[in-house]
Design a protein around this ligand. Structure first.
Ligand code: PEP
Length: 252
C-alpha cells in the first residue's frame, strides 16, 4: 500500500515571519488527518522557524533544492547536511530549477544520491514541456528523466524516493492535465521506466505524485486515479483552506 503524500511547494514566497503565520493557520486543519503524509516546503530562510513550529506535529518539512556536495566553495548553495538539520524531505529537479538554473538529469542524479545518503526523502520532479507534449514526446522525455536521474541507485534505496510528475505546461498555468491523462503517464511511462531500473515490485511500491495547477476544486479527481499517490502543490499550497482541502481529499 502506497501512503498518500501531499507536499506544498511555496516557491519564492513568504518571509520567515509570513511563513510562521501561514503554518499557524495551516496547523489546526492538518491536525486530524492521519492517513496522509503532508509536507510544507518553504524557502530556506524560513526552515529554522517553521521547523520549530512543526516539532511534535505530523507535518513534514522539506526544502526546495540543495547542492549535492557536502561543503566547500559553492557560494549561495546549501548542503544536504544543512537541509537535514531541519527537513525530512527535499524537492529535486523541479522544472523551474531545470529551466532557470541549468539543472540537468546528471545534476539531479547527483542530488538524489546525496539526499538518500543523508537520509532525506527526495521528491524528484519530471515532466515534459508543452512543445514536447504537442509532439507526442511525453513518454520519451519522462523515461529519459527517470533512467538518467536515477542511474546507479540501488533498488533498496529507490523505495525511499518520491516522484512528482509535473507536465511543465500545467505548472502555474491553471491548465491542469486531465486526471486520466496524468494517470496514463504514470502507469504507461513512469512506472515502466522505474521497473526497468529496479524491477516491477519496486516500481509498484514507489509513490508518484501529480503536480500542475492542482486546486481544492480538482484534487479529488486526481486522487481517484489508481497510480496517483498524492500531489505536489504550488499556488494552492499558499492558501491554508485550499491546502487542507487537498490534503483531506488525498485520504484513501
Ligand atoms: C509546482 O510548483 O510544483 C506546481 C505544481 O505549481 P502549481 O500547483 O502552482 O501549478
Amino acid at each position: 500500500m502506497r501512503r498518500p503524500l501531499v507536499a506544498g511547494n511555496w516557491k519564492m514566497n513568504k518571509t520567515a515571519a509570513q511563513a510562521v503565520a501561514l503554518v499557524n493557520e495551516l496547523m489546526p486543519g492538518l491536525k486530524g488527518i492521519s492517513d496522509v503524509e503532508r509536507v510544507v516546503c518553504p524557502p530556506f530562510t524560513s526552515l529554522p522557524s517553521v521547523h520549530d513550529l512543526l516539532k511534535n506535529t505530523e507535518i513534514g518539512l522539506g526544502a526546495q533544492n540543495m547542492h549535492f556536495k557536502a561543503s566547500g566553495a559553492y557560494t549561495g548553495e546549501v548542503s544536504p547536511e544543512m537541509v537535514k538539520e531541519f527537513c525530512q524531505y527535499v524537492i529535486l529537479g523541479h522544472s523551474e530549477r531545470r529551466q532557470y538554473f541549468a539543472e540537468t538529469d546528471a545534476t539531479v542524479n547527483e542530488k538524489v544520491k546525496a539526499a538518500l545518503a543523508m537520509g532525506l526523502t527526495p521528491i524528484v520532479c519530471v515532466g515534459e514541456t508543452e512543445k514536447e507534449y504537442d509532439a507526442g514526446e511525453t513518454k520519451a522525455v519522462v523515461t529519459r528523466q527517470i533512467l538518467a536521474g536515477f542511474a546507479g541507485i540501488a533498488a533498496a534505496d529507490a523505495e525511499k524516493i518520491v516522484v512528482a510528475y509535473e507536465p511543465i505546461w500545467a505548472i502555474g498555468t491553471g491548465k491542469a492535465a486531465t486526471a486520466e491523462g496524468a494517470n496514463a503517464v504514470l502507469k504507461d511511462s513512469i512506472r515502466p521506466a522505474m521497473s526497468q531500473l529496479w524491477g516491477e515490485a519496486a516500481a509498484q511500491s514507489i509513490r508518484i505524485l501529480y503536480g500542475g495547477s492542482v486546486s481544492a476544486a480538482n484534487a479529488a479527481e486526481y486522487f481517484k486515479q489508481p497510480d496517483i499517490d498524492g500531489a505536489l502543490v504550488g499556488g494552492a499550497s499558499l492558501k491554508p483552506a485550499d491546502f487542507v482541502t487537498i490534503v483531506t481529499a488525498a485520504k484513501k
